[in-house]
Structure formats: structure tokens, C-alpha cells
Design a protein around this ligand. Structure first.
Ligand SMILES: Nc1ncnc2c1ncn2[C@@H]1O[C@H](COP(=O)(O)OP(=O)(O)OP(=O)(O)O)[C@@H](O)[C@H]1O
Length: 542
């Protein structure tokens, strides 16, 4: 290429225009080649000098010193340069408002110094005056902005006695300063996303390495690991396990873990949600029926106990089991046999029972709602599952796990900012892990942002006062809503009061009083959990 000073002085306006276009084309080409702005910016400054005679170009950027105390004076320094020695670059540090460069930073306004020798504010700090040509030298400094705030300065020297018009140089420099701002903003965005992905990977890798991951359980908090080690100790035995814990704490996942950790892992795992089955259907569902046992029983059918033979049966919400069936269950557990509804024959079953409840079974025994002998039988190995509030250190890993899962399921690319994760750690989570999972899924589906911050997250967090525990599985909900026409004479059919027996306000007040605990709220109104849940749904509260 020709030397800058010779070309700069002999071009026609058309030549200059061609040089400008060449500069732009070269810079654009470079941007496409590399994401590292250092290379692009240095080459841009080189071409400014080579093609337009705008010499000793430099990019001064605000010093980003997170360790400096709040309120410390801000400074900026030369980060990219062309035609400056190492020592000159080192000297290029400016306080806010200091000299021409500092002023451009402080005001966000461009500065054009026609003659540096005549400008008292000009510092000649980076390049000493005697290093510059003896003729009149101009200095141009333009702000580099991101989101309308100056983050740096693009500056260069210019020999004043050239034919090229100053305004033409300014027009090109303005475009270049805008481009630099965009490049730096992109670089910051990529760096932030990379940092977040690395942090997320670290948390997920850590979670995967823990033994809980073997059962699909995320978390490594001491209370979770404690529950897990109790589980592993008993999994190889045949003993009944009783999982205690609030709704949504992972009782079903733990029940599956008991099954997977046992020698029965290749045999069936049958889950039964006792709170979702109408009383009249309990016996036939659990123990099966013979042909002709009731109207409509045109064929015999094995119940869930038989289907779980040589595997594991998980009776969720066992506190909801009608009293009459509690004694039948006890017999099956003690003798390993059952008799189908309408049958005579004893059928042998080899089933391991895992039961779960969020109720205080001891209190139910006391109140005569639960058989004491069955309670003792179930209570051989109780495992307490911690609430999410007792294991806040797991919230981050769980949240990231749910974000990943929801992103995959809905083909989205949503991330949580560090302050959003901190907000999740502060939330009380009365609905525990299920509530956390639901909030994250809703957020991933509905947010318009790819990076969700604390403020955006707040829109998705429920108001603290009324937090409803989650609903049972959908199929079983349908069963629960079926009219309760007794199939066989059930000795303990609960009285189904009218669905409008309690107003919305009464239902809501009961929930608030019992901190969202549906069982307690139902009890306080003299309703079963199912009756209560049904009314909630009817009232549109669920
Ligand atoms: N440690 C965990 N890691 C990942 N997901 C979990 C964990 N614990 C629970 N979950 C998820 O949270 C949700 C609720 O868990 P689960 O159904 O096992 O709770 P629960 O205690 O049985 O609730 P309920 O008493 O209401 O039946 C499920 O989607 C489950 O996959």
C-alpha cells in the first residue's frame, strides 16, 4: 500500500471516497472472521492510518476495576492502538474529565482540536509533541457509546494541511466509533453468556457426580444425602418404607429410588395415589375382582397388588386409605396373600410396599382415623424428606436442571441471571420442588427474555399468602371426579356433601390459615382432602 502521507495529500475526492469504502469493506470482512475484537480493532486503526491518513489511532476504554471501592474515581486507558510504542500506550491513562480524552468521556461529546499547540487542554500525554510532525497537527476524539452511555473514546491525529475535508474524516470516524461500540457490546454479551454457561455446567456436573444423580435426584445438600443414605441402607431388605415429607418434596422419586436400589429393579413399580381414588373403587383397584363381583364385572381383573407382584407398590398419600381397607392391607402385608373382591381364593403376592404421606399419621391414629397396628407396621423404617426450605443449597442446581429440561421440551433458550438464581434461593417454596419446577416451566414458556433477571422472575413467583399444593396426577384426578356410585357395599363410604357446601372465601380462608396445606384446611372444614380439592377446582382456585 502507498505510504499514508504521500497518498493523503494527492487524492481527488473520488479517490478519497474509494479509500473510505475500501476501509469499510476491509473492517466488515474482519468482523466476519473473528469474534475477538482486539484483532479487528487494531486492523481498523491500521487502515485508518494507511488509507485515510488518520494517524496514531487509539481506542481508550473505561477501566473496569471491580475491586476498586464504590465511589472511587473512574479512569480510562488506551486498550487498542496503531502507530504508538509500548511506552506511549502505557502512558495513555486518563482521569474522568482530564484533558481532551477525559472530557469526551465525561461529556459524551466529540472534540476536534484544530491545532494541538494552540489548545491548553491538550495533554500530549501518550505521544510527546516532538514525536509528531513539526507542522500543524489536529486531534480528533469521538465517544464510543453503548446504550447511549460513553464507554470509551476513538481518537487520532491528523495533519491539518491536507486537501481532504475535516467533515469527511469526522463522518467516517463517527461510523467507526459506532461500530466499535457494537463490537464491544457483543463481546461483553458473549463473555457474560459464556460465563453463565460455564457456571451452569459446573453446577450440573457437580450434581451429576453426586450419588443422588443415580436415581435422577438433583441435589447434594446434607439433609438430602442423609435421607438418601438411609434409603440405600434399607433398599436391599424387604422392609416396608414410609416416606414422610411435605407435598412436592420428591416422595415419589424416592419411592422409585427405593425400587431401583433394590433387587426388584427389573420387576414392576406400581404407583397408587390413594387421595385420588373414590372410596368405592379402592378395594377393586388395589386387590382386583372376580368375574361377576359387581354389575359390570364381566371379566376378572388383577388389582394393583397383583400387578406389582415381585416388584414394588408405592401407596402415595396412604393416610387417605379408608379404614376398612386398612385392615385388608395389613393382612396382605402380614400374610403375603390377598383375596380379590367377590372371590374366595387366596392369591399369593410378593410385593414390597413403599408408602408416603404428608400427614401426621400418629395424630390420625390418635384421632381414630388410622389403624394403630397398620401404623406400626408402616413405621418400621420412616424416612423424612426435607422440605426445599431445609435444603436451600440445592435450589440453584434444581432450578438449572428444570431450566434445561424446559428448554429442551419447548425448544427455547432461556437462562437465569445470577440475581434471579439468588431470588429463587430466597423464596419460601411452600409447594417445594414441584412448585419450583412449575414456576420455571411457566417462566421458560412465557418470558420474552433469553436472560431472565430478578425483576422479570418476580412476575412469575406466586404471592406468598395463598400457595396451593400441587394437584394429583391427571388420570387419577379423573377418577377422583367420577360420581361415587358404590360398586360393592363399602362399609365406610364417606358422605359427599354438596359441591357448593363452602363458599370460595371460606375455602380460601382455610387455605391461608393453614399456609396452603390442603389436608389441614380440608380437615378444618370437616371435608376429606378429595372433597376439598374438588371444591377448589370447582371454585376455580386450582
Ligand atoms: N431431588 C429432585 N431432583 C429433581 N427433581 C425432583 C427432585 N425431587 C422432586 N423432584 C420433582 O419434583 C416434582 C415433585 O416430586 P414428587 O412427585 O416426587 O413429590 P411428592 O413428595 O411425591 O409430592 P406429593 O406428596 O404431592 O405427591 C416431580 O416433578 C419430581 O420429578
Amino acid at each position: 500500500m502507498p505510504s499514508p502521507s504521500s497518498t493523503a495529500r494527492s487524492h481527488s475526492p473520488t479517490d478519497w471516497h474509494a479509500q473510505e469504502l475500501l476501509l469499510m469493506r476491509e473492517v466488515m470482512r474482519l468482523i466476519g472472521r473473528s469474534l475477538a475484537p482486539g484483532l479487528v480493532l487494531r486492523e481498523m486503526l491500521h487502515l485508518m492510518s494507511e488509507l485515510l491518513g488518520l494517524n496514531r489511532g487509539r481506542i481508550v476504554l473505561v477501566d473496569d476495576a471491580p475491586s476498586s471501592p464504590a465511589g472511587a474515581p473512574r479512569t480510562a486507558s488506551i486498550q487498542h492502538a496503531y502507530g504508538l510504542t509500548q511506552a506511549e500506550v502505557q502512558r495513555g491513562r486518563y482521569a474522568w474529565g482530564e484533558g481532551i480524552t477525559g472530557r469526551v468521556l465525561a461529556t459524551g461529546q466529540p472534540a476536534i482540536v484544530q491545532d494541538i499547540d494552540a489548545e491548553p487542554l491538550f495533554l500530549a500525554r501518550a505521544v510527546a509533541r516532538h514525536q509528531l510532525p513539526p507542522e500543524t497537527v489536529a486531534f480528533i476524539a469521538l465517544p464510543i457509546e453503548v446504550n447511549n452511555a460513553p464507554i470509551g473514546v476513538l481518537a487520532c491525529h491528523r495533519i491539518r494541511s491536507r486537501q481532504r475535508h475535516l467533515n469527511d474524516d469526522l463522518a467516517v470516524l463517527r461510523v467507526l466509533a459506532t461500530l466499535v461500540g457494537q463490537l464491544l457490546q457483543l463481546e461483553a454479551l458473549v463473555a457474560e453468556q459464556t460465563r453463565q454457561l460455564q457456571a451452569r455446567n459446573a453446577v450440573l456436573a457437580n450434581a451429576l457426580n453426586t450419588k443422588s444423580a443415580r436415581y435422577g435426584l438433583i441435589g447434594s445438600s446434607p439433609p438430602l444425602l442423609q435421607a438418601l443414605s438411609e434409603l440405600e441402607r434399607v433398599s436391599q431388605t424387604q422392609a416396608t418404607v414410609l416416606l414422610l415429607g411435605q407435598s412436592g418434596t420428591g416422595k415419589e422419586l424416592f419411592a422409585r429410588a427405593v425400587h431401583l436400589a433394590s433387587g426388584r429393579r427389573d420387576r414392576p413399580f406400581i404407583k397408587v395415589n390413594c387421595s385420588a381414588i373414590p372410596d368405592a373403587l379402592f378395594e377393586s383397584e388395589l386387590f382386583g375382582y372376580e368375574k361377576g363381583a359387581f354389575t359390570g364385572a364381566s371379566t376378572a381383573r388383577a388389582g394393583w397388588f397383583e400387578q406389582a407382584d415381585s416388584g414394588t407398590i408405592f401407596l402415595d398419600e396412604i393416610g387417605e386409605l379408608p379404614l376398612a381397607l386398612q385392615s385388608k392391607l395389613l393382612r396382605t402385608l402380614q400374610e403375603g396373600t390377598l383375596v380379590r373382591l367377590g372371590g374366595q381364593r387366596e392369591v399369593k403376592v410378593n410385593v414390597r410396599l413403599v408408602a408416603a404421606t404428608h400427614r401426621d399419621l400418629a395424630a390420625d391414629v390418635e384421632a381414630g382415623r388410622f389403624r394403630q397396628d397398620l401404623y406400626y407396621r408402616l413405621h418400621v423404617i420412616p424416612i423424612h424428606l426435607p422440605s426445599l426450605a431445609e435444603r436451600r443449597e440445592d435450589i440453584r442446581a434444581l432450578a438449572l436442571h428444570f431450566v434445561s429440561r424446559a428448554n429442551q421440551a419447548h425448544q427455547r433458550n432461556v437462562n437465569l441471571s445470577p440475581d434471579a438464581l439468588a431470588r429463587l434461593e430466597e423464596h419460601p417454596w411452600p409447594g417445594n420442588i414441584r412448585e419450583l419446577g412449575n414456576v420455571i416451566e411457566r417462566l421458560v414458556l412465557l418470558t420474552n427474555d433469553t436472560l431472565v433477571t430478578r425483576g422479570e422472575l418476580d412476575r412469575f413467583l406466586p404471592a406468598a399468602a395463598v400457595v396451593l399444593p400441587p394437584a394429583p396426577a391427571p388420570v387419577q384426578q379423573i377418577q377422583a371426579e367420577m360420581p361415587s356410585t358404590p360398586i360393592a357395599a363399602a362399609p365406610l363410604v364417606r358422605d359427599y356433601a354438596s359441591a357448593q357446601s363452602h363458599s370460595v372465601q371460606v375455602l380460601q380462608a382455610a387455605l391461608v390459615e393453614h399456609h396452603g396445606n390442603q389436608s389441614r384446611a380440608a380437615q378444618s372444614l370437616g371435608l376429606t382432602l378429595r372433597q376439598f380439592a374438588y371444591r377448589l377446582r370447582k371454585a376455580g382456585l386450582k
